[in-house]
Design a protein around this ligand. Sequence first.
Ligand SMILES: [Zn+2]
Length: 446
Amino acid sequence: MTETLIRNARAVLTMDDRGTEHADCDILLRDGVIAAVGQGLQSDGEVVEAASCVVTPGLVNTHHHLYQTLTRAVPAGQDALLFGWLRTLYPIWARFGPEEMRISALTGLAELALSGCTLTSDHLYLFPNGARLDDTIDAAREIGLRFHATRGAMSIGESDGGLPPDSLVESESAILDDCIRVIDAFHDPSDGAMIRVGVAPCSPFSVSRELMRDAALLARDKGVMLHTHLAENDEDIAYSLAKFGCRPGQYAEDLGWTGADVWHAHCVKLDGQEIDLFARSGTGVAHCPCSNCRLGSGIAPVRAMRDAGVKVGIGVDGSASNDGSGLMAEARMAMLLQRVQSGADAMSAREALRIATRGGAEVLGRTDCGQVVPGMRADLALWNTDQVESAGSWDKTALLLAGPTKVQHLFVEGRQVVRDGLLTSINFEQTIARQTTLAARLSLIP
Ligand SMILES: [Zn+2]
């Protein structure tokens, strides 16, 4: 039996159904699960003093392309719109191999962990030079984060009228075969799973209608989730109308891409009917506010989605379009953008934090994560509110108004992944050095 007692936390934001918040509270973690929450708890295990900390559930990241941490701030892509940005980066990504995938994932996961994330999904949709989904799963196991890897894909290259170069696309039969391989090898459907696998063609404009349909059939057969990009910007809508003769929501519905086992990234341009469709069908949304700002895509109608009952989580998106993986800052941006669109009362700091924790867990189909409640998995973020960011705050629990963006401590499945602001599981300096070397090598190739 392994126990950790988190003692005397300044506050615990449980994110339970009633939004309960406790002051001066202990939390007992036992064998990966939250065993008790209350005052005066006792344990013979390790004790973490938390009088300076506000405790939240670990944050959940619902959309990322971890491999892109190797191509942040590439000069030619810095000011481009989505499609131009992709055309700049595809040839660089075509030079990646297994080590680039593993190290870039490790770097992105490190940044996520330090910003309070305990569970992240990843969307990897290109596999050049022997790279495999396995490379990113290795990185997640090394750092100790809960990981939902999605096996992405592109099958329509330039010669078929698609956007990516032919060297980055795969045959549709090879894509489906490899989806089956990685699901069988890694997917764990049980409570407390550290690794799950999803099926995730890159977007409706980079694979065929048949692959979208077959991917949905495969995912349902295997009992795994489906993920893709949808309705990201105006170009995306125009493409859908011209190519498919319908809006993205209709396209998704026709091909089996709605339901409680589906979540779509961005959805900036969903209209009222599509919002109703998502609410009715239980389809989830990964809202990526920084990426939407960075690429000038627009402001996703998150207020309208939430009011209609759509499940929404936060995603940092790939680090080439954000350009960071700081999840707490992303949650704050989600709050600010809704206020830009609809006024200062459009989204509270507490609601945005709820979206970033429990909301994300619901989008990813995790009923065992996202709340600080006995019986839930022991995934916790401890935020030190005695530091400069919170000094003078009248409400130390309003973390997204005046709070730290990096954690003091982070627990995943009861194991401490961050202690006193430092990662416990990897050699951080060595990882950054290797990442820097790989980025330099990529930039030297013409
Ligand atoms: Zn994305």
